[in-house]
Write a protein that binds this ligand. Structure first.
Ligand code: PAF
Length: 282
C-alpha cells in the first residue's frame, strides 16, 4: 500500500491511475478502523480497479465541547487492516496540508436545510465541516466512486446532496451498517463505553426495532411512538438526544403519505453519543 501525505503526491498518483484507465474507489475515514470501514474497502475493491482510503481526523466537524482531542488515533493498526484488505493507497494529510490558512479561514461548503435539522441541530456546524472536508477530498482524489457507511444516515444524505448540487462527478454508495452480534452498530466511539454501558448499548437498536414493528403493524402517530421510545431509553440508562421518524429521503417529519421512512436515533451513555438508524418500507 502506497501512503501519501501531500496533495501533490496524491495528484501524481491519481494522474497515473487516469493514464492507465483505472476505476478509482475512495473510502474517506477518520481512522480507528473497524469492520464497518473494512466493509467499505471490500465493496470498493469489488467495484473498482484501485482503492484509496484516507485517514484524517477533521477538526472542522467537531464542536467545541466534543471529542476532537481524545478521538481514538490507531494509525499502525489501521494501516495493517487496510493492507490486509488489499487497499492500494492511503492518503494521510496533516491539518496544515488540509487547512493551510487554518480551519477558521477555510472556505466552506454548506448544504442548507438538511444540515441544521436532527443531528445538525444538536451539533451546529458539524455537517458544514463534513461537507467541506469531503468536497476537498473529492477534489483531490477525484474518485469514480466514494463509499460511506449507512450508519451515518444524515451524513450520507448531506454528501449525496452536496455532490449533486456541486456537479461532482463521483457516484456515492451507501454501504449497510455493520453490527456486533448483539445488534450494536459498529462505531469508533463504542471504544469509549465501559462494561456496563457496553451491555446497555444494544437496547438502542432493540428499541428502534420495536418502534419499527409498531409502525409496520399500522400505528401511525409517529410523534407519540418516538416519545415513548425516548421514555423507554431514558428509563434504561440512556440520556436520549432524539428519536425521530422521518421521510427516508428528505429527512422531514414523516406523514401518513410517506411510504419510505427512517427511524433516526441519538442517545448518550455517559459522555458517549451513540447514533443509529433503521429504514422502514410501508
Ligand atoms: O464518517 C466519517 O468518518 C467522517 O465524517 C468523514 C466522512 C470521513 C469526513 O471526515
Amino acid at each position: 500500500m502506497q501512503t501519501v501525505e501531500s496533495i501533490k503526491a496524491l495528484r501524481q498518483m491519481r494522474s497515473d491511475w487516469r493514464n492507465n484507465n483505472k476505476k478509482v474507489g475512495f473510502v474517506p475515514t477518520m481512522g480507528n478502523l473497524h469492520d464497518g470501514h473494512l466493509e467499505l474497502v471490500k465493496e470498493a475493491s469489488r467495484q473498482c480497479d484501485v482503492v484509496i482510503a484516507s485517514i484524517f481526523v477533521n477538526p472542522l466537524q467537531f464542536g467545541q465541547n466534543e471529542d476532537l482531542a481524545t478521538y481514538p488515533r490507531t494509525l499502525d493498526e489501521d494501516k495493517q487492516k487496510l493492507i490486509a484488505h488489499g487497499t492500494d493507497a492511503l492518503f494521510l494529510p496533516t491539518v496544515e496540508e488540509m487547512y493551510p490558512r487554518g480551519p477558521e479561514q477555510q472556505t466552506f461548503v454548506e448544504v442548507p436545510g438538511i444540515s441544521s435539522i436532527i443531528c445538525g441541530a444538536s451539533r451546529p456546524g458539524h455537517f458544514r465541516g463534513v461537507a467541506t472536508v469531503v468536497c476537498k477530498l473529492f477534489n483531490m482524489v477525484q474518485p469514480d466512486i466514494a463509499l460511506f457507511g449507512q450508519k451515518d444516515y444524515q451524513q450520507l444524505q448531506v454528501i449525496r446532496l452536496m455532490t449533486q448540487d456541486l456537479c461532482i462527478d463521483t457516484s456515492i454508495e451507501g454501504v449497510p451498517t455493520q453490527r456486533a452480534p448483539d445488534g450494536l452498530a459498529l462505531s469508533s466511539r463504542n471504544g469509549y463505553l465501559n462494561e456496563t454501558q457496553r451491555s446497555t448499548a444494544p437496547k438502542l437498536y432493540a428499541e428502534m426495532q420495536a418502534l419499527a414493528a409498531k409502525i409496520r403493524q399500522g400505528e401511525s402517530d409517529y410523534r407519540r411512538l418516538a416519545a415513548e421510545s425516548v421514555q423507554y431509553l431514558a428509563a434504561h440508562g440512556f440520556k436520549p438526544d432524539y428519536i425521530e421518524v422521518r421521510n427516508a429521503h428528505t429527512l422531514l417529519p414523516a406523514t401518513g403519505d410517506d411510504s419510505q421512512l427512517v427511524i433516526l436515533a441519538a442517545a448518550y451513555l455517559g459522555k458517549t453519543r451513540l447514533i443509529d438508524n433503521l429504514t422502514v418500507e410501508l
